[in-house]
Structures are given as C-alpha cells and as structure tokens.
Design a protein around this ligand. Structure first.
Ligand SMILES: C[S@@+](CC[C@H](N)C(=O)[O-])C[C@H]1O[C@@H](n2cnc3c(N)ncnc32)[C@H](O)[C@@H]1O
Length: 839
C-alpha cells in the first residue's frame, strides 16, 4: 500500500481535483453570454463567488423553479452541499457499520450538533432502503473541530478507503440495475451497480451479472479502477472509449446464444447487447454548484448548448447497445433543459415507437422530485430563441432544431438552404414509419407555423428533476427509457451517407448517431471520419470531466491509496497529435484507433503453473479455473499477476477476441495470484501467493495451507504482524502452523462457538487473512490499514468499541513486548511483507 503504486498522472489528477473552496483563483478567461471573452485578474486568496448574472437570467427565464421559489432556490445552491455516504451493502461488515452509525455516532454527533448551529448531526436518507445511505451536516472544517467530530471524520476516511462506505452525493444514488455504464468515471455509480449485482451472492460464488464501465478519459478510468478495486470484483470490465463510438463486438453467428446472464446476442443483429445501460453523460454540471463552486465563475449558456449534440449521440449509442426489453437511464447533473428534456425529446423523436419513456414517479416515493419541463427556450449569443426558425443562418451549425421543444427544422423560407439531411433527420416524429425503415414523414404544419412559444407534445413530464431546495441536495435529472423493438434504421441513399461522413466541420452532430443505428445492420463506422466533428461552442474541459471527482479525492490521502498494480501499467492513451481542437475551444477529442494503451488482456493457459497452485493450496476441483484466468503478459512463464474473471466477463472477452479485439480494456478481473519474487519465496513449492482481493472467492475451496486461529492469536497476528510458532497462545495452533509448507498460507479466525476439533467451515461471516509461513514464524500479508480496520471491526462486534481491547477474554501468555521483539528478529520476512503490502 502507499502512494508508491500510483502513476504520476494519477497523482496529478488527484491533486487537481481535490475540493478546495478557499483556493487561489488563477487569471482566467470567461466566455460571456454575448459571446465575448473577459479575463479576470488574480484576486488573491478569496472564496469562490457564488453568483453569476448569466446563470440567473437563464434559469429565471427557463422556469425550472417558480418565481416565488427563486430566492430560496438561490440561497440553497449557494450553500455548500452536505456530505453524503453510502454503506456498501455487500461488505462483510455492513451491519456493523450501520449499527455503529445508528447507535454510536447518531448520539454522539447529535450532542455536537445541538451544541452548535447545526440542526442535526447525521441522519439516514429517508428514501434510501435499510438505512444504508446517510447525510452528514458537518462541513469538512467542522469535522476537524474537536475529538468527537475528528473520530467520525477518521471513521469516514478509513471505511471509505477500505471500501465499506462510499462517499457519494445523495442525488446520484438513485439506483438502477444497469450493466453498461457509458460515461462511468470516477465510478461511484459503477460501485453501486456492482453492489447491486453482488446482493445475495454466497461466499465462494460470483454473481451472474457484470458491469462494463467505460469512460473516454483514461485518467478518470484510473480513478474508477481505484474506486471499484475496493469491491474486489471479478465481474467488472473497464474500457476506454468515446461512448458515442462504443464498439459493437461482432460475434460469429455460430456463437450466438452462447451467452447467458447479463449479456446476450441476438443473431439477427450480431452484436453485443446489454440488459441495462447507464448514460450519466458529460454535462455543464450546474447541478453540482454547491459541491464545486468554481462552476459559478465558469458557467455560461454555451456550455449546455455545446454538449447537447454529444449527449444525444451518447444516448443513441446506448440505445443501440441495449437489448430489446432492456432499460436505459439518461442522467445529468445539470439543470439545463437543453441538456435534459431536449435530449430526451430528440431520442423519442429518433426512436419512434421502438422506445418508451417510462413513468418512474412511483419509484423511491420518499425522494422529492419534479416532473420534466414541456417548454423551454434556447439562448445563444445573448438572444432568446423560441423556435429554430429564429436561429440566424450563420448559427445553424451551433444551434440545432433538436434543442427546441418541437424539434422541428422549419425549412420554411425559400432563403434557407434546402438541406435534405436535416429534413430527413429531424422530421422522424414517432409515427412509426421510420421504425420500418421508410423515409420519415414531415409534418406540414410544423414547417410553416410560426409559434411564439413551443410546447413539446412528448410525455416529458415523466422525466425526473431533483432540485436542491426540495431536500437539501444538488440538482439532478433522470429519464428512464425502455427499448420496445429494434431501433429504426433510417435508409439513406449512399450519397447522403457519404456526405454525412465527410462533412466533419459543418455537420450536425446528430448525424453520427443515425449512422450508428446502421451499425446494428452491419455497417462499419470509421471513427476517424466522425470523431473530429465540430461540436458547437465547445464546452470547457471542466464540464466534460464531470463533478464527482472530489468524492474520491477529497478525503483520500493520496499517499495512502491502496495498491493497484494494473494502474502502473496504464499509459495515457491519448495520442497528442491526434487531439483535435474543436470549435475554437479547449476541448480535445480522442481519436480511436490510435490507442497505445496497456498490453492486451490474454487468457492464462499455463497448465503447469495452474496445476502447481491447485496442488499447493489443495484447491477443490469444483472451483472453475479453466478460461477464467487472464493476464496482461502473453509470456506465461513470466507472468507476475494472474486475474480471475467471472463467467459473464469471460464470455465478453471471448467475444472480443472473436470480434477482432475492438474493446480497449483498461482493467479487468480480480487479482487472484501474485508471483512471489522474494528470496524466501523462491524456496517455496508454489511461486504464487493468493492476493487478499482473491482470498474471499477462493476461501471455501482451499483445503491445504489453511489454519484456524483462536481470537487472541488472530488479534496478535493483526497487531504484531509476525509471531514465532512457539509464541502463539494456543500451542496447538503454533504446532499446526509449523506443519504448513513454506510459503503463502491462510489464517482463519475461529468463531467463538467452535472448538478446535470442529472441521473448518466457511460462510459469509468467516474472517480470514493471507499470511506467510516462514522458517520459524507466521507473518501477515495484509496492509497495515487492513489490519487496523479488522481490529476495529472485530472489537465493535464484541462491543468493546476499542480495537486494542479485542476479545480480551482470553488471556495472552505472551507479553506484547516479546511479540514486538519477534518482529525485529524475523527480518527475513520483511521483504515478503513489504512485497505484499506495497505491490
Ligand atoms: C458525470 S461524469 C460521470 C460520473 C459517473 N457516472 C459516476 O458515477 O462516477 C461524466 C463522465 O463522462 C466522461 N466523458 C466525457 N465525454 C465522454 C465521451 N465522449 N465518452 C465517454 N465518456 C465521456 C467524462 O470523462 C466523465 O468521467
């Protein structure tokens, strides 16, 4: 463990994204509503300004809250967001943690809150089941105020690091069982999705589902990998693609229907499809102003307008990757209707009867929400536009018909250029014809009527808007769709398609998604043709990066990050020369096909090594190894780490191989075995030790190299890390330990009601640690923080509330001083422990 395992880029990313509301502002350029740019001078150390006149003008006019509510709304969004966190329901210690919060912290923190200005200290979120999500009303500054608050702060930090809790903004916890996350970093929702698929999974078995978590930004992928590593999952695949071009892994038709659970193939489309897709798209992020107050300064109307096209493309790609009958969630942390209802409306227009916008008003009844808007306006260069017909011709590349409630192109004046592509694209209004592949019909009325105010006739009220002052949160937008039939494939004449692919600069962004629909019918897309399309008024990079990063970084001491070996391997895949500047803005687009990322994932098939592992640990034959082991090194004799993948991930990997390795995989699998490279390691009969992540899965199948320790000996191991055989309190345990073979072994904590003679039994509550059987002693091979956490959890279980007092009912015959001395003596183990804890 420690900072050593992380790459420089990752450290930098953590630093850059730490929340700091009192940071020094740099001279910066701000785009004004009227399109001009102003440069602000460095004002020195000062808090972020929490106002922006363009923001006020915009949202007052959009009517996202009533005029009477405006003052309360603004007052709330200027206040910092209360911290929220969620207990990982699949953690072995979830009940202990909930009980500690309910019985210990609620009371002690209430006393603190009553003392000061806060109304209450912490409280469970009423709309989240089983008291698993909590809100804290203490600011970070307050948490350092005194000992009680500091203890709570330490508790949050430690449990977050171990993975027992996840700090997450309350509104983004609205869950859905999606399987493909198209814009998934930094990973808080992916973590939650994994928790969901792990619910009610027995120890030693894996869920049948899986999550593919994708993000365009490789550094943010690294954060996601770090976040989800705490889940110790074999059911996750992390990829690095532009979501709008997420590959369709074509499968040989003979293999169709070979997939069960989670991923299935439809022979007719010959494409990888998912049960659930989550499009938590890049957005202007103004729903997170309370958490990221620098957005006040950066906010401009152009941010939302600039992202609309990309958001539509991503959602359309998500729909094309969804199974018929599956559900897709479109969400943003923006309040802007152009990024929300306008995108939803465009999806409905394009998909016609093949997609339904679901009414989810009965879900999570205690979550206060508002319906989606039916009318809104578009603002551009300081002018309000009620309809596309008001858009000056020179702005039609940036302001598109789909941004307006009617979505109509209004090709109504002889002066406007006749554009068959636009006509074809925007008049596919849900009449079902397009679903059959025929030319979409145009609505003659909409082409000629000049409306003062457009009102959408689509059921946009089914969307869910969460506003900050309803329940003291950030703002969030959610729409849930169900795919009812394959998407309409709009038949394009070859010349029209060709023109779309070629017209990179002036084309409407939506063209790409239409082309991608044809991907389902086997049309290959050449990403170079479409990636440098011009996005109108390119949004600032910050907006594209999302806003949840500080949840990971804020309280995670970067020097204390847990090990993540594969992170070291990941290089920045962005080919600098391939980055194209768009729209005169700063945003860079990655070009696919020039990725020089990590080594490809290969299946590990070295029977000699697998055989030696199975023999050494006595792994039961029923444990499925074949086809489940992967590495990054095709030279199997020199592999350092062997990862385990679930059946569902294995199927996708096989599909990927068969489909020509289209997936750019940044991380996959659970680290199960690591090569022991220390001096003593070379003397052991098995070159691989079991990693602590892999142990829970393997535990029920291990029959050799495993011993049960009494609570007091287990505690001593956690406390002193190395103990000589003769020094164990339970002499029989010392004897059994000495009979193990030199090398990695597993020590299981004996339950209180079990005798030494009972055969070893493993269940969900079994606690075990990886150790090293040295020449004269046993040493633990888990990190210091894991030892500390285990001591504390165990002490809470037996009610002492103090790790150092764990299970003192059994008297130790050895003085701690003696044990400490043993640690110093056993220098030969230092190397092994170091290797286990740092790598
Ligand atoms: C709102 S954040 C997602 C938060 C995430 N769902 C979570 O729960 O942690 C949006 C993400 O979209 C990513 N992104 C931006 N453009 C993208 C694109 N074209 N394709 C895929 N991801 C993209 C950003 O890197 C960012 O991580």
């Amino acid at each position: 463990m420690g900072g050593r395992g992380r790459s420089r880029t990752q450290r930098k990313h953590f630093r850059h994204n730490r929340e700091n509301v009192w940071k020094r502002s740099k001279p910066d350029s701000t785009q004004q509503d009227d399109g001009t740019t102003t440069t602000t001078r460095d004002p020195g150390w000062e808090p972020f300004a929490t106002q922006n006149p363009a923001f006020d003008d915009y949202y007052k006019e959009q009517g996202i809250v009533s005029a009477e509510e405006w003052d309360v709304f603004v007052e709330v969004i200027r206040k910092p967001l209360p911290a929220a966190f969620r207990i990982n329901s699949s953690s072995q210690f979830s009940c202990d943690i909930r009980s500690q919060l309910e019985n210990d912290f609620v009371k002690s923190l209430q006393a603190e809150a009553a003392d000061g200005s806060e109304v209450e200290g912490i409280r469970p979120l009423p709309w989240y089941p089983e008291n698993l999500a909590w809100q804290s009303n203490f600011s970070r500054m307050q948490l350092r105020k005194n000992q009680t608050l500091e203890r709570f702060h330490e508790f949050l930090k430690q449990e977050n690091e171990i993975g027992n809790i996840t700090r997450q903004e309350a509104v983004s916890m609205v869950g859905t069982s999606t399987v493909l996350g198209l814009c998934a970093a930094p990973g808080s929702k992916t973590f939650q999705l994994l928790e969901m698929i792990y619910q009610s999974t027995e120890p030693g078995s894996l869920p049948s589902g899986m999550v593919v978590a994708n993000d365009v930004d490789v550094q943010r992928c690294n954060l996601l990998i770090h976040q989800t590593k705490r889940m110790c999952t074999a059911n996750l695949l992390v990829t690095n693609h532009e979501a709008q071009h997420f590959p369709s892994c074509h499968l040989n038709k003979n293999c169709a229907n070979a997939f069960e659970n989670g991923v299935a193939m439809e022979p007719s489309v010959n494409q990888l499809l998912f049960d659930r897709v989550l499009c938590d798209v890049p957005c202007s992020g103004d729903g997170t102003l309370r958490k990221a107050p620098d957005i006040w300064r950066k906010w401009s109307v152009g941010m939302g307008n600039g992202l609309h096209g990309l958001q539509v493309q991503i959602a359309m790609r998500g729909l094309s990757l969804l199974k018929v009958g599956g559900r897709i969630v479109y969400s943003t942390c923006s309040m802007n209707p152009v990024e929300n209802e306008a995108v939803v409306a465009e999806i409905l227009r394009r998909c016609g009867v093949s997609v339904e916008l679901l009414d989810v008003s009965s879900e999570l009844p205690q979550l206060v929400r508002r319906p989606g808007l039916k009318k809104w306006k578009v603002r551009d260069k300081g002018t309000w536009l009620s309809s596309f017909k008001d858009v000056p011709k020179y702005r039609t590349a940036g302001i598109t018909p789909s941004m307006f409630p009617s979505g109509k192109s209004y090709v109504d004046t002889p002066n406007k250029d006749h554009d068959p592509v636009l006509e074809e694209r925007h008049d596919n209004d849900c009449d079902g014809d397009s679903a059959n592949g025929s030319e979409p019909k145009t609505d003659p009325e909409s082409l000629t009527d000049a409306l003062d105010e457009e009102i959408s006739t689509l059921p946009l009220e089914r969307c869910m808007r969460i506003v900050p002052h309803d329940q003291n949160t950030g703002a969030f937008f959610i729409a849930v769709f169900q795919k009812l039939s394959p998407l309409p494939a709009i038949q394009k004449k070859p010349s029209s398609l060709h023109r779309q692919l070629k017209s990179n600069t002036n084309s409407h962004p939506d063209e790409v998604a239409n082309v991608e629909n044809q991907d389902m019918n086997g049309v290959e897309i050449h990403s170079e043709d479409v990636t440098d399309e011009k996005l109108p008024d390119a949004a600032p990079e910050a907006a594209l990066l999302g806003n949840e990063l500080e949840e990971v970084a804020s309280d995670t001491d970067t020097n204390k990050m847990s090990e993540e070996n594969e992170l070291e391997d990941i290089q920045d895949p962005v080919d600098k020369e391939a980055c194209s500047k768009v729209g005169g803005g700063k945003r860079k687009l990655q070009i696919q096909g020039k990725w020089r990322g990590v080594d490809p994932v290969v299946f590990f098939t070295n029977d000699a090594i697998v055989g030696s592992i199975k023999t050494f640990y006595g792994i039961d034959e029923s444990f499925p190894f074949t086809g489940h082991l992967v590495t990054r090194n095709s030279d199997t004799d020199h592999v350092k780490r062997i990862y385990y993948v679930s059946k569902s991930v294995k199927d996708i990997l096989e599909l990927n191989f068969k489909g020509g390795q289209q997936l750019k995989i940044t991380s996959v699998g659970l680290k199960m075995f690591e090569r022991q490279s220390s001096k003593e390691g070379s003397l052991t009969q098995c070159a691989f030790r079991i990693s602590s992540e892999g142990l829970p899965l393997l535990l029920p199948f291990i029959t050799k190299q495993i011993v049960e320790a009494s609570p007091i000996d287990f505690k001593h191991l956690l406390q002193y890390k190395t103990i000589k055989f003769a020094d164990f309190v339970d002499a029989e345990f010392g004897e059994k330990a000495s009979q193990l073979m030199l090398g990695c072994c597993v020590v299981v904590l004996r339950k209180v009601d079990r005798s030494l003679l009972d055969p070893l039994q493993v269940d969900g509550s079994t606690i075990a640690i990886g150790c090293w059987r040295g020449r004269t002693n046993i040493s633990v091979m888990v990190t210091a923080i894991e030892c500390q956490e285990m001591l504390e959890r165990l002490s809470v279980r037996v009610g002492t509330g103090n790790g150092s007092k764990l299970l003192e009912t059994e008297q130790s015959s050895v003085e701690p001083g003696e044990l400490k001395a043993n640690v110093a003596e056993t220098i030969e183990n230092a190397e092994i422990i170091e290797e286990a804890t740092v790598s």
